[in-house]
Every structure is written in structure tokens, then in C-alpha cells.
Design a protein around this ligand. Structure first.
Ligand SMILES: Cc1cc2nc3c(=O)[nH]c(=O)nc-3n(C[C@H](O)[C@H](O)[C@H](O)COP(=O)(O)OP(=O)(O)OC[C@H]3O[C@@H](n4cnc5c(N)ncnc54)[C@H](O)[C@@H]3O)c2cc1C
Length: 463
């Protein structure tokens, strides 16, 4: 059986960074990938490598997250940018991300098509002497006397086995596992869109727990966006361009006509998909007036700094063109009549909008509304009015394995589990709870740290 200093499971953002770093540190590295091509969800992404400006901001976004991991992320992003540039990934200059973060975009790629970056990292890894095993799904890890045996299944059911001095899980979380999403998030999966790679089905979560690792508290949390409904989502470009990134400025109601979420409670509109997905009927409506349409939908396209941003398209109109349910009317009463045809309860919706408008004009929306409205509490006042039907898109789960500041698996008592096993990216839980501040940076920072830690541990081990 072949032996490598380091085996990396998954060739997405975290895995490609970790594998390259391992080679640079002089380790023999094998990168095992389930799908046909490298890139994971990273290759479908907006390509903005970003996170919160500082620790305090990240704590505000993710108050239930682990402060040590949050510090590692915020403090590691500059090193990640430098490393990516050193190994030939071109990045645009630093930019502000919706007033809470700092980011740098992959240069020379199109939003939603980052495959050139993935292929560059893959090619560099091969040129540097790394071993790549594609179309092979890792299924088990055994630890004996500090050494690891990793097994799985390759193309045509071929058994795969390899030994390693250290292992990094970078398999992308469990957003693509029907069972795990149903168990932890809930909702009606026929009305939730898988908005990420199809292979991330909880490999690390399952094996990590078998090895004694604990999991983080919030396995129900995920990063995603509101997607217009009903549309058949088949391409990643679709996910981004039909994403309705402005819904934090709207009134959000369920099919029952009731508000169910504080629309302004996060920094992005990811709040809506998270809350909606947990409901038995995850469908919801965004209702907004002409000011929001002009200032958020048209002028910004999507929230500045997010994928697809820059006002290059009208995502509401695109949703309508693609067959999603949209409505436009000069009065709110006419709008309610139109959405009643979709099955939304008109009497309840009329009451909800009337109460919302009254409180936003005369009262305190942070107290007098239930749920409260903590930001963007403007009345829906100026016609024409619009509504769009939405469902949640799940991009990646943010709960996962508990890890140390070096990304090594941790047990319930906080001790490192036996065997040099690490988890990065979406496999490493606990940094973002409940909300998110960038997935690429989290995966890349973890990839660097974990590869360095395995290098240091092997260097310290007598031959
Ligand atoms: C449409 C979209 C837009 C996005 N935009 C942004 C953005 O602009 N900025 C940002 O920060 N983040 C963005 N993200 C999120 C970002 O892409 C992810 O957070 C990031 O890719 C996670 O990295 P990862 O290494 O954990 O997982 P991934 O990049 O998803 O890689 C996981 C890899 O593991 C493989 N794998 C799974 N199971 C196994 C197994 N058992 N054996 C072997 N291989 C396995 C998968 O096939 C996959 O290749 C976006 C994502 C999407 C889908």
C-alpha cells in the first residue's frame, strides 16, 4: 500500500490550498477527489476571497461561533492572499464587502465560473510532484499507532487504500446529503435547492465522529441565498444570477401570509434561506416597493461586493423571464390579489402588510413587530409594488466537526483526537454560527494552517 506524509480528501478550495502548501513544505502529498474534476463548490463561486474586517465584526455576525477560530480566520486572510499570489493565482485589489468585510476577487474569471483557478492549483500540484486520485470517494479512516489507513471506492467500484502520516478532510460539509440536511435543517427538500457541489455528503462528519471527534452545536446552520421559484436550477450561473440578493430590504412572508423572520438580522440576505428552510413549507415571498426596486434591485443588481454584484442585471426581471412567480401592481391590494392566485392566504397577508406599514411609520419595529425588524424597517409605501416567490438555496453547511485553532479534530473534552486528522473549510464547524462571512477564505486559511501543522508534527517525530 502506498504511503504519503499527507493525504487530503477533497480537491475544492481547502483541499487544493492544503495540498499545494504540503508540497511546498516538502511533504509527499496525495489528493483524493470524489468527482470527475477538481474545484468543488469553489469552481462555481463568485470568487471573492473575503472575511469580516476584524474579530469584533465577526463576533457580531456569528455570535455563536468559536472566538479562537474566528481570530485564526480574520488574522489569516492576508497570509492566504499572499500565498495565492505567490503560487500564481491572480487577485484583484482589496475591496470593501458590504461594509463589514475585506475581500479580493480572483482576477480573469467570470462570476460562477472559477474553474480556471481550480485547474491552475491542480496543475501546480501535479507539476510539483503531487499525486492526484480522481473519481475516488474516501469512505473510511483507521488509526493505529499514530499511522492512518484511508480507504474508499474508485471508478468501476475499484477498492482504494493508502497510508498516511497525516490527513486533512476538505470534503465540503454535508449540504448535498439528503438525510443529513433533513435531519439537521429540516423542511421540505423538494422545495429547497442544492446550491453547491453534489459530492459533499458528510464524509468527514461521519468518519470524524467514528474517530472520536465532537461536532459543533449548530448543525442546522448553513450559508445560502434566496432563489426565485419555481425555476429548474441546473447551472451554477443560474444560482448566482437568479439569486435575489436584496431580500433583506423587503417584507418576507411565508405562504401563510405571516412574517417569520427579522429580515434585517444578518449582514446578508442569507438569514431568509436559513429560517425558511426549517419550516415545513419553505416557500416564501419577498414584497417590496418601487424605492427598493430602484435602489437595491436595479442600482446594485445584488448587494455590493457579493457574487454577481455591480448592477449588471435585474435579477427580479430575470426571475420573471425564466418563469418564476413574480407580481407587479400599482396598489398593495392588487398585489395581494395576484399572489392569492399562487395559494398565499390573502386575508392574512393583507393584515400582515397593514400592521407592518403602521408600525414602521408610527411605532418601534424592533419592539412592536413580531418578529421584530431590526434593520431596513421602511414602510412598503411607493407603488408600483412587486412580489417574487422564493425558496432557500443551500450552499454549504456551517456546523461540522469541532477543531482546534490548528484545525485538528477535537473531542468533547476539547482534547485532540488520536491520530493526526484535521478538517478545514466546510468540514470544520463552529466559525460561523449563525451567519457567515466568506467560505473561500475560511477553507484556504484552514488549508494553510493544517498543512503547516502536519509538517511541523512530522518534522518533530523521530524517524
Ligand atoms: C454559487 C456559489 C457562490 C459562492 N460564492 C462565494 C464567494 O464569492 N466567496 C466565498 O467566500 N465563498 C463563496 N462560495 C462558497 C465557497 O465556494 C465554499 O465555501 C468553498 O468552496 C468551500 O471550500 P471546501 O474546500 O470546504 O469545499 P469545496 O470547495 O466544495 O470542495 C469539496 C470537495 O470535496 C470533494 N469530496 C466530497 N466528499 C468526498 C469524499 N468522500 N472523497 C473525496 N472527495 C470528496 C467534493 O467533490 C469537492 O470537490 C460560493 C459557493 C457557491 C456554490
Amino acid at each position: 500500500m502506498d504511503y504519503y506524509n499527507l493525504v487530503v480528501v477533497g480537491a475544492g478550495m481547502g483541499g487544493l490550498v492544503a495540498a499545494n502548501r504540503g508540497l511546498d513544505r516538502g511533504l509527499s502529498v496525495c489528493l483524493v477527489e470524489a468527482s470527475e474534476r477538481p474545484g468543488g463548490s469553489m469552481k462555481f463561486s463568485g470568487g471573492i476571497v473575503w472575511t469580516a474586517n476584524d474579530r469584533d465584526t465577526l463576533r457580531r455576525i456569528a455570535p455563536d461561533g468559536d472566538p479562537a477560530l474566528q481570530a485564526a480566520l480574520v488574522e489569516g486572510v492576508d497570509e492566504l492572499w499572499n500565498y495565492l499570489e505567490e503560487i500564481g493565482v491572480e487577485l484583484k485589489p482589496e475591496e470593501d464587502i458590504i461594509g463589514v468585510g475585506r475581500g479580493r476577487r480572483f482576477a480573469g474569471t467570470t462570476t460562477g465560473i472559477q474553474e480556471p483557478v481550480a485547474l491552475h492549483l491542480y496543475q501546480r500540484f501535479l507539476n510539483g510532484g503531487g499525486t492526484y486520485v480522481g473519481r475516488t470517494r474516501v469512505e473510511d479512516v483507521q488509526v493505529a499507532d499514530g499511522s492512518l489507513t484511508i480507504t474508499g471506492t474508485g471508478a468501476w467500484d475499484a477498492a482504494y487504500a493508502v497510508r498516511a502520516g497525516g490527513l486533512i478532510f476538505a470534503s465540503g460539509g454535508y449540504h448535498a446529503s439528503k438525510e443529513l440536511v433533513q435531519q439537521h435543517v429540516g423542511g421540505d427538500l423538494s422545495r429547497i435547492v442544492l446550491r453547491g457541489n453534489v459530492e459533499s455528503r458528510g464524509t468527514a462528519l461521519e468518519i470524524g465522529q467514528r474517530l472520536g471527534a465532537a461536532v459543533t452545536d449548530r448543525l442546522d446552520t448553513f450559508y445560502g441565498h434566496s432563489l426565485a421559484y419555481p425555476i429548474h436550477y441546473e447551472t451554477p450561473i443560474n444560482w448566482i444570477r437568479v439569486g435575489q440578493y436584496y431580500t433583506d430590504h423587503c417584507v418576507i412572508v411565508g405562504w401563510d401570509g405571516l412574517r417569520f423572520v427579522d429580515e434585517g438580522s444578518g449582514v446578508l440576505e442569507e438569514v431568509m434561506p436559513q429560517h425558511a428552510a426549517r419550516r415545513a413549507d419553505p416557500r416564501y415571498l419577498a414584497i417590496f416597493d418601487d424605492r427598493v426596486y430602484r435602489e437595491r434591485v436595479l442600482r446594485l443588481g445584488v448587494a455590493p461586493g457579493t457574487a454577481g454584484g455591480g448592477g449588471d442585471h435585474d435579477s427580479f426581471q430575470l426571475a420573471a423571464d425564466l418563469g418564476a412567480r413574480t407580481a407587479r401592481a400599482d396598489t398593495l391590494a392588487e398585489l395581494v390579489d395576484q399572489v392569492a392566485d399562487w395559494g398565499v392566504d390573502p386575508a392574512t397577508l393583507t393584515r400582515t402588510l397593514a400592521e407592518y406599514n403602521t408600525v414602521c411609520r408610527d411605532g418601534d419595529p424592533t419592539v412592536d413587530l413580531s418578529p421584530a425588524r431590526t434593520r431596513f424597517a421602511d414602510p412598503v409605501a411607493q407603488g408600483p409594488f412587486r412580489a417574487v416567490a422564493l425558496i432557500p438555496g443551500i450552499t454549504f453547511t456551517t456546523g461540522g466537526l469541532r477543531v482546534t485553532g490548528e484545525f485538528r479534530l477535537q473531542d468533547a473534552a476539547g482534547a485532540a483526537v488520536a491520530g493526526p486528522v484535521y478538517a478545514v473549510g466546510a468540514d470544520a464547524g463552529g466559525v460561523y454560527a449563525p451567519y457567515y462571512a466568506g467560505g473561500l477564505a475560511w477553507a484556504g486559511v484552514g488549508g494553510l494552517r493544517a498543512a503547516d501543522a502536519i509538517h511541523a508534527a512530522l518534522a518533530a517525530t523521530p524517524a
